[in-house]
Design a protein around this ligand. Sequence first.
Ligand code: HEC
Ligand code: HEC
Ligand code: HEC
Ligand code: HEC
Ligand code: HEC
Length: 236
Amino acid sequence: MNAKRVFPIFIFILAMMTASTGFGDECMDCHNDPGFKVQHPKLFNYFTEFDASVHGVAGLSCVDCHGGDEKTRDLDKAHVDVLKPVKFDQIPVTCGQCHVEQRDAFVTSDHYRILEKDGTAPNCATCHGAMEMDFIFVTRVKATCVFCHNEESGVLPEVPGKADLVLNKINIIKGYRSFVNTHGKDRDLAAELNESYDKLTANWHNFDLANVEAQTNELLGEYRKAKSQALKDRKK
Ligand code: HEC
Ligand code: HEC
Ligand code: HEC
Ligand code: HEC
Ligand code: HEC
């Protein structure tokens, strides 16, 4: 079983345990307080964004990324070092606690080296957002690349075009993938392709674009066939 898929279950069990032993999660309770909406509207908006995000839905809490003490209502005690884990150079470590494959690929990239040195490369939150975490938007990712990779800066200006091409193919794969997962009769094939897909989106994070493009083309071909078969399966 993929480690990534284990987490929701793990978190669910954790949530059940805390619920049954009576420990509340004061971070969530206080930041979700309707009074908070009036006193700290900006912070309340952070909460709403988080709550609707993939992480909110998966049952994460503030403490999973920010640390602090979730068992107290005392502000000073609750907030010890809550900004430290979300400082730009700490973000890969913080997110990497759960997204291990992505982190492992990312820490081998030039981007990570530069991020550690002077902070002028993208971190996980630059592309994925932080609190409002959601699926990737191709246009947003490309705009992120253009910010640094352009003719004026002279830093590999060909990168955004290449990344755009690969990302659009990954997007097509996503469509095929959901079709194959829903309608494909060959469950082993679907599972195998899902594994390749997870590998591809993890590998993307070392930013070896030529390699990622080759992998993307191969997987797209395999999904195209699987989708065509699933279409026939559905008509039977
Ligand atoms: C009793 C209410 C309460 C609890 C419990 C609470 N917070 Fe807060 N939080 C606040 C308020 C109010 C602020 C606004 C800043 C301030 O007054 O310290 C805030 C601010 C923050 C900020 C922004 C800090 C900054 O300096 O910009 C973060 C991050 C945060 N909280 C995370 C957490 C986490 C994580 C927990 C649990 C470990 C938590 N909070 C528990 C009320 C709470
Ligand atoms: C999935 C990880 C994650 C979770 C869960 C999370 N945050 Fe954050 N949060 C971040 C990251 C990363 C940043 C830094 C954003 C950036 O650098 O763009 C951040 C920034 C913030 C800030 C702005 C701090 C500042 O002044 O720079 C506040 C306030 C905050 N979070 C509060 C919360 C609260 C309250 C919760 C729970 C309801 C929460 N966060 C849950 C990852 C998370
Ligand atoms: C405590 C564990 C945990 C931490 C820390 C965490 N995540 Fe997640 N993340 C999850 C879970 C659980 C999901 C739900 C989807 C899944 O099963 O992968 C998820 C989903 C995602 C997704 C959508 C993936 C998909 O398959 O659709 C992205 C992107 C993501 N996280 C990025 C981040 C980033 C960036 C950070 C740091 C700011 C972060 N995560 C921190 C557990 C975590
Ligand atoms: C420069 C942009 C960028 C950075 C930096 C980045 N990612 Fe990604 N991430 C992407 C893209 C693009 C994809 C794959 C395409 C897609 O899912 O649409 C992706 C995929 C993912 C996925 C899987 C989503 C899925 O479709 O299953 C997770 C989880 C994730 N990233 C977490 C992270 C973490 C953790 C970090 C930091 C260690 C990080 N990312 C850094 C752009 C980025
Ligand atoms: C905040 C600035 C910044 C952003 C944003 C950024 N990069 Fe980079 N990137 C750099 C720097 C700096 C280098 C190193 C250039 C060099 O070595 O000459 C680099 C190098 C690269 C390389 C070459 C890596 C290697 O190992 O040869 C690739 C590929 C790359 N970036 C892809 C991307 C993609 C794709 C995006 C958007 C999703 C992106 N970058 C966003 C700053 C950035």
